[in-house]
Write a protein that binds this ligand. Structure first.
Ligand code: MGD
Length: 734
């Protein structure tokens, strides 16, 4: 594999990146700054990888006198090509957030009170190592559970595996894209991964099922979406809400929530019934067509119309549009897909439709990853845990993968003590109170713990329940394992390395993990002294050296994104049959539907609306609301209500209401947005607001938390994913 790296060492020097021309004299000062200088200070340009969201764009930080003065898009990064979203640009708002966690903290008050004393790192790590040794002796290593998310905890995950616990779970599985990965893997033998390899820029037709691109912003995805539309792609947006994407759509299908499987089955019915599917592709690559044909026969548009609240004519028309545009139909698989508890089956339906259109591995559809060789460490074998996992991954939830785990399964086990007691949680880069529904159950579980440790960058509410709080350095201040992205048209390896020294007493994750490993006698699992050595080992098979990567930020490789780029023998699928499985024997063996079926979900009771939720372009989950720059752009969320619903409830635009759910749980006051752009049976909010931590001085009390209103979930029996679109709310005057 040849590297396309640009050998020009443009970074780390001053004059060649961007501002290579003399800055025009500023009117007021009339000072002339030479390129790459700010007054008398030299500005260094240091590349790294963003972590303001999980898309991980390439960035270049401008650093003057040790201070980061700007974060901009990396111009040569194959993913974002110099562009960067608002959150990426606001990286300094996190780095210089005055509310950041600054020192390790040890609890002095009651759990939840938030009273701590500052301690040194030595005291903190000795305390934690001592507790871990004791827990292992008294209850076994399995009694410790890790709740990680993001890049930082990757070293900690190694530490926990070496310590001997199998219990680790990320919300990106059971609260996000787990069922999607499983549904697509069952069909194509592989999931989508992140970033999703959807060929939006080359599509002739884009289909979004609840994916609200434009509000959910990932720089390269939104660029590809805009490019596709600019090149004439048609757009179908299936959404109960008139989203930004729906506003651009040729067909907006304001579907009744919870009925997407019925629509997908009806689309299949038309494609097969009218011979509009990609017959040659299906014959070459797929298995189970006859069963599928039989299965969808009864699911006509007329059958689906009253279920979905769409007209049969619209269903037929949109199916025909897909048939006409195939195979260049980019049916977006979605990202946060844990909606109703049958989400693996919905993902299967989307995957099967993708196969019928011949779009998997085809230009304008879903493109394929190209593997990059990666080095690894020669580590001693990890201890085999004496007891299985506590979260049900692989057992209670047969299709949940053990690497990602099931957060809610771990919470259940902590509450019940089944299959064995969980005594300690280490929460690292995850916000368990805002990302996992059924908050009262999470709090109940926390109440049972002997030890709770939070490793975070901000004093979010969950730290108040911790015995020990460890302040991690932010992504701009630390080394993390490089970002290796194979699911890109040009796969790449990008560096994450510090652009400035960690502020306060914060420490990078690799350092925290190593220091604990020393205390736990587990250094054999950390056979490197410095991050530089760690990077060299990972890069070894590529022939690129760490210095080169640190200077350039990213190296890209040629990709083979389409089936046609590959030799016929390399076009098989990693399923049991080696083919695309339209009928899934794996599901049949588990007693599940081998082909998706529509099952009805509870409708809102009288006087209530279904709570739906999503993203805003300037915030990421519940992690960015205290960022000064982003808070100024969007300080709080609002609840969308249909005009007639607002009238019925007697509330008006701009008024604040409280949202009360059908279990009596009440939110903070939230502003009302009255609009025709939402179905009458739904209320919509942006996720992540309504922070309860007073220490987040900008975010505290602003807006309402969707998560707090999710007292109910519908659990996917295959993956453990928590369907979260099953809560009902009503506005109550504040
Ligand atoms: P965040 O709100 O980003 O979401 O779940 P989370 O990853 O838990 O919380 C991350 C936590 O990490 C925050 O406390 C933040 O301060 C901290 N943090 C940020 N940067 C760093 C760092 O560098 N180091 C450390 N140690 N900590 C850091 C996201 C998950 O949530 C996902 S992926 C989805 S799709 C779901 N979305 C969703 C939703 O839309 N609504 C509701 N109600 N729940 C959801 N849960 C899921």
């Amino acid at each position: 594999m040849t590297s396309e790296i640009t050998r020009r060492r443009f970074l780390g020097t001053t004059a060649t990146l961007g501002a290579a021309t003399v800055v025009a004299p500023a009117a007021a000062s009339q000072k002339v700054h030479p390129p790459g200088w700010r007054g008398t200070e030299r500005v260094d340009k240091v590349p790294t990888t963003c972590e303001m969201c999980f898309w991980r764009c390439g960035v270049v930080a401008s650093v003057a006198g040790g201070k980061v003065v700007r974060v901009a898009g990396h111009p040569e990064h194959p993913q974002n090509q110099g562009r960067l979203c608002a959150r990426g640009n606001a990286g300094t708002g996190l780095l210089y957030d005055p509310d950041r966690l600054k020192t390790p903290l040890l609890r002095t008050g009651e759990r939840g009170e938030g009273r701590f004393k500052r301690v040194s790192w030595d005291e903190a790590l000795d305390f934690l190592a001592g507790k871990l040794v004791k827990l292992r002796q008294e209850h076994g290593p399995e009694s410790v559970a890790l709740f990680p998310h993001g890049n930082g905890p990757r070293f900690f995950a190694t530490l926990m595996q070496a310590y001997g616990t199998p219990n680790s779970a990320e919300p990106s599985f059971a609260q996000c894209r787990g069922p999607r990965e499983v549904g697509y893997s069952l069909t194509f033998g592989r999931g989508l991964g992140s970033p999703e390899p959807v060929d939006l820029e080359e599509a002739r037709l884009i289909v979004l099922i609840g994916s609200h691109l434009g509000e959910n912003v990932f720089t390269s995805q939104i660029t590809a979406f805009a490019t596709g539309l600019a090149h004439g792609a048609k757009l179908i947006a299936v959404d109960p809400r008139f989203s930004t994407a729906a506003a651009k759509a040729d067909w907006w299908l304001p579907i009744r929530p919870g009925t997407d499987i019925a629509l997908l089955l009806a689309w299949m019915n038309v494609l097969i019934g009218e011979g509009l599917y990609d017959r040659e592709y299906v014959e070459t690559y797929a298995k189970g067509f006859e069963q599928l044909q039989e299965h969808v026969k009864e699911f006509t548009p007329e059958w689906a119309a009253p279920i979905t609240d769409l007209t049969a004519a619209k269903i037929r028309e949109t199916a025909r549009a897909m048939g006409a545009a195939k195979p260049a139909v980019a049916l977006h698989p979605g990202r946060h897909v844990t909606w109703y508890g049958d989400d693996t089956q919905r993902a299967r339906a989307m995957a099967i439709l993708t196969a019928l259109l011949g779009s998997w591995g085809r230009r304008g559809g879903i493109f394929l990853p190209t593997p990059i060789p990666k080095g690894s460490f020669d580590l001693p074998e990890f201890p085999e845990p004496k007891r299985g996992r506590a979260d049900g991954a692989g057992t209670r939830f047969p299709l949940a993968p053990e690497e990602l785990g099931v957060t809610n399964g771990l919470i259940d086990a902590t509450v019940s003590g089944n299959p064995y007691p969980i005594k300690a949680w280490i929460v690292y880069g995850q916000n368990v109170l805002e990302s996992i529904p059924q908050r009262s159950r999470t709090l109940e579980a926390i109440g049972k713990l002997d030890l709770m440790v939070v490793v975070d960058v901000l004093p979010v509410e969950q730290i108040n329940y911790a015995d020990l709080v460890l302040p991690e350095a932010t992504y701009l201040e630390r080394y993390d394992p490089p970002n290796i992205v194979e699911s890109a048209k040009r796969p790449f390896i990008a560096v994450r390395s510090p652009v400035c020294e960690p502020l306060y007493e914060s420490k990078p994750g690799w350092w925290i993990a190593r220091e604990l490993a020393k205390r736990l006698d587990l250094m054999a699992y950390f056979p490197w002294e410095t991050p530089e050595q760690h990077l060299e080992t990972i890069l070894a098979p590529t022939g690129i050296n760490g210095n080169e990567l640190r200077n350039c930020g990213v190296v890209a490789f040629p990709g083979k994104p389409y089936l046609d780029d590959r030799a016929p023998q390399d076009r098989s699928f990693d399923t049991a049959s080696g083919k695309i499985e339209l009928f899934s024997q794996d599901l049949a063996d588990l007693g599940a539907d081998p082909m998706p079926r529509y099952t009805p979900h509870a409708e809102p009771p009288a006087g209530f609306l279904r709570l739906i939720y999503g993203r805003a372009p300037v915030h990421s989950f519940a992690r960015s609301q205290n960022n000064k720059i982003l808070n100024a752009l969007m300080p709080e969320n609002e609840v969308w209500l249909h005009t007639s619903v607002a009238r019925e409830f007697g509330v008006a635009e701009g008024q604040r209401v409280i949202l009360e759910n059908s279990d009596g749980v009440r939110s903070n006051p939230i502003l009302v947005k009255v609009t025709e752009g939402i179905r009458r049976d739904c209320a919509y909010v942006v996720h992540g607001f309504g922070h309860r931590s007073r220490a987040l001085r900008l975010a505290f009390g602003r807006g309402a938390s969707d998560n707090a209103l999710m007292s109910r979930v519908s659990v996917d029996p295959l993956t453990g994913g928590t369907g979260m679109h099953v809560n009902f709310v009503r506005p109550v005057k504040a």
